[in-house]
Write a protein that binds this ligand. Structure first.
Ligand SMILES: C[S@@+](CC[C@H](N)C(=O)[O-])C[C@H]1O[C@@H](n2cnc3c(N)ncnc32)[C@H](O)[C@@H]1O
Length: 208
């Protein structure tokens, strides 16, 4: 029997489903960890990969960050454009492009909430290398990777990692958070067995 192509995700439905949510806990935790400066000496720059409905993009903008927001869906860019108040628009650059193959510019924060697993497995090593290069000394990465026990492993052409692989990816960076979650929960598509890793990593400054 020919292999069945999995259905294309209904991203527009997902954006509507998530649009009323507050900013993600991992973003708030990371921003608290980085610390709040009312008048930073220079504007701080964040890259958000797979911004979806844009809830977290808006939170970053509200807190004074300049944001390069990347998503491969035009629909996400349209959705976000309608939701960003005019006073923040100058601080936002939106890029509609697949994350795989991108050379990311330098940033103080690379943030990817439940999006890196959607990178095709063959593109992931290059994406991760680009992401590590983009981090300025003292800069942070925050985001999730899916674990190999996730219900979607083997069903969808996404990227999954075993714990030891996650630890290897973090080598050379300071691990501020590595939290593994295995639980029954909900996804946009219905009940799901989740297995994922929350990560917050910091690129050490020279000499530290
Ligand atoms: C599960 S959603 C997460 C959205 C949001 N960050 C959140 O936490 O709710 C994944 C997002 O990644 C985007 N995406 C999927 N594959 C992508 C790819 N290869 N390159 C760039 N964006 C992609 C989707 O359009 C979607 O907006």
């Amino acid at each position: 029997m020919p292999a069945r192509t999995p259905p294309r995700p209904n991203w527009q439905g997902y954006y509507r489903w998530t649009a009323r949510r507050p900013p993600r806990e991992l973003l708030l935790l990371t921003l608290n960890h980085i610390g709040w400066e009312r008048r930073p000496r220079r504007p701080r720059t964040a890259i958000e990969i797979g911004f979806g409905a844009g809830n977290d993009t808006r939170e970053l903008l509200r807190r004074g960050w300049r944001v390069l927001a990347i998503d491969q869906e035009e629909a996400a860019a349209r959705f976000l454009a309608r939701r960003v108040p005019p006073r923040y628009r100058g601080a936002l650059t939106t890029l509609v492009a697949p994350m795989q193959g991108l050379e990311l510019p330098p940033a103080d924060l690379v943030y990817a909430s439940f999006s890196l697993p959607f990178c095709p497995p063959e593109g992931f090593p290059r994406l991760w290398a680009s992401l590590r290069r983009a981090l300025k000394p003292g800069g942070h990465f925050a985001g999730q990777l899916f674990g190999d026990q996730d219900e979607w492993a083997g069903q969808r052409p996404l990227t999954f990692h075993r714990r030891e692989q996650v630890v290897r990816l973090a080598r050379g960076l300071r691990t501020e958070l590595l939290r593994e979650t295995v639980e029954e929960g909900m996804s946009f598509d219905g009940p799901k067995h989740w297995h994922f890793f929350d990560l917050v990593l910091e690129k050490p400054r020279a000499g530290s």
